[in-house]
Design a binder for this molecule. Structure first.
Ligand SMILES: [Zn+2]
Length: 92
């Protein structure tokens, strides 16, 4: 019998699929109430997870997945900022 390592999986707030945590992007809410993409996975804060793609970000915006995760209303400006950050990550 082989010992299988348990891979931590998280649900994408966009497409709702369960994926390996390492293949996902962490979105956090800081103590100040800011919503940020955490590309390093090391920032402190309450986290939600999303796939590395614009499509899932758009889905998360549409289905209010992030608002549900963070239990707060998310202003348009924050979504715009997340879109920009996602584009930077995609291009980088
Ligand atoms: Zn997804």
């Amino acid at each position: 019998m082989s010992v299988k390592k348990k891979v931590p999986v998280r649900q994408c707030v966009g497409c709702q699929e369960m994926k390996n945590k390492r293949d996902m992007l962490r979105v956090i809410k800081t103590a100040d109430g800011d919503i940020l993409l955490d590309a390093t996975g090391k920032k402190n804060g309450r986290g939600a997870y999303i796939c590395f793609c614009r499509e899932c970000l758009e889905k998360a915006i549409k289905n209010k997945g992030l608002e549900r995760s963070f239990k707060m209303a998310i202003p348009r400006e924050i979504y715009d900022q997340l879109r920009e950050e996602m584009t930077e990550i995609e291009n980088g």
